[in-house]
Design a protein. Structure first.
Ligand code: CA
Ligand code: CA
Ligand code: CA
Length: 150
């Protein structure tokens, strides 16, 4: 595999992980934006994702901002508009993460399954208990979650 294929592969995995991760919930839409518009000048996809989710720009992603971001990511991925995300619609992703979000194990993700998972992720990653995620809290939470399924 060449370098270009490898980095495209990594990016695809990052998008799906973003949508599936509780802590990285905020990454969902941002990672999609990063794919459409590759980061320049040292801005990481994670940072872009965070800034896209932090709509009031206060450096924290609140529960409401997370819900808005998740809804945008969800509808962007839901190509056939049936309000369910299939494994195929998610593209390349970690099946173990998918299983964690798919609470009723029917093989598709509803928005409420995604939101339940995201809110759990927010609670777990919110180490200073202010009800919102800083960039550092979000990154640490995402990392922990990815390690947990490994
Ligand atoms: Ca905010
Ligand atoms: Ca389901
Ligand atoms: Ca916090």
């Amino acid at each position: 595999m060449g370098t270009r294929e490898r980095s495209a592969r990594r990016r695809g995995r990052a998008v799906a992980a973003a949508v599936l991760c509780g802590g990285a919930l905020a990454i969902g839409f941002g990672a999609l934006a990063a794919v459409a518009q590759p980061p320049s000048g040292g801005t990481t996809p994670e940072r872009l994702a965070f800034e896209a989710a932090d709509s009031d720009g206060d450096g924290l992603v609140s529960e409401a901002e997370m819900a808005r971001d998740a809804a945008a990511a969800f509808s962007a991925l839901d190509r056939n508009r049936d309000r369910r995300l299939t494994r195929a619609e998610l593209g390349e992703h970690d099946p173990k993460l998918f299983d964690r979000v798919d609470a009723d194990r029917d093989g598709v993700l509803t928005f409420s399954e995604v939101m339940r998972h995201k809110l759990k992720g927010l609670e777990a990653a919110d180490t200073n208990r202010d009800g919102a995620l800083s960039f550092e809290e979000m990154l640490a939470g995402a990392r922990k979650e990815l390690e947990a399924v490994r």
